[in-house]
Write a protein that binds this ligand. Structure first.
Ligand SMILES: O=C(O)CCC(=O)C(=O)O
Ligand SMILES: [Fe+2]
Length: 240
């Protein structure tokens, strides 16, 4: 009995004697994702856990508060249907991503105020230079704010003119369950957690991988006073 109990604990790590297919159907029956990260993350995807220390996260947040004074969060709507997003957004840098009834696009001004987007904080430019040293400078930083009920459906980032440079993503606040698959919507996906201070890089083949946010885990960070999550995505938009 004791032996059996032990075995069932270790079996989560897919024992080598279990054929791969049997292991997969066990995983399905268990209803949880026990695929190891290394085995199933797409090529070119990098997770840098805890890239920003807590003091650095606080400094970045302070920078973002100033950005949001000039460029307040707005709630975009889906093209055609006009259905509101569950996240609110803003941008900094020369270009900002927007979505409205006419479509998705990058533009140099805030859709409500008409003002140019505020400059990208130096900390973000430095991050880009650190993780994408060969890339031309970033042009857009999309700021997504997730209340705890917000999510983001599976999508590709493909509104840019170039996919040669990575998308660099920063998570702040509550942990999120991030799903990432391949370049076809139907490719298998894997799920991982993005915590406050983590940086994820979608480069190489993973630049066009489908990805999304399934869920925010409330109460997992004390960074944002009222909870929720901020995600920043830095991108090159035009060809250098
Ligand atoms: O919130 C995230 O981690 C992902 C955001 C995202 O995929 C996007 O803004 O395109
Ligand atoms: Fe995305």
């Amino acid at each position: 009995m004791r032996r059996f109990a032990r075995l069932s604990v270790f079996s989560i790590n897919l024992p080598s004697w279990l054929p791969a297919e049997a292991a997969q159907s066990r995983r399905r029956r268990r209803g949880r994702n026990t695929v190891t990260k290394a085995a199933s993350q797409p090529e070119g995807f990098r997770l840098l856990p805890g890239y920003f220390s807590r003091p650095a996260q606080e400094e970045l947040l302070e920078n973002l508060r100033m950005v949001l004074v000039d460029a307040p969060l707005f709630r975009p709507v889906m093209p055609r249907t006009g259905k509101p997003f569950s996240v609110r957004m803003s941008n900094c840098g020369p270009l900002g991503w927007v979505s409205d009834i006419h479509g998705y696009r990058y533009q140099p001004a805030h859709p409500a105020t008409g003002n140019p987007w505020p400059a990208m904080p130096d900390m973000l430019v430095k991050l880009w230079q650190d993780v994408a040293p060969d890339a031309p400078e970033p042009e857009a930083c999309l700021i997504n704010f997730y209340e705890t009920s917000a999510k983001m459906g599976l999508h590709q980032d493909r509104d840019e003119e170039t996919f040669d440079t990575p998308v660099v993503s920063v998570s702040l606040g509550d942990t999120a369950t991030f799903r990432i698959g391949g370049t076809n919507r139907k490719d298998p996906t894997t799920s991982l957690r993005l915590s406050s201070g983590d940086v994820a890089v979608l480069g190489g083949p993973s630049r066009l991988a489908f990805h999304g946010i399934d869920r925010i885990l409330p109460g997992t960070s004390t960074l944002l006073k009222n909870g929720g999550r901020i995600n920043l995505t830095l991108r090159r938009v035009t060809k250098a």
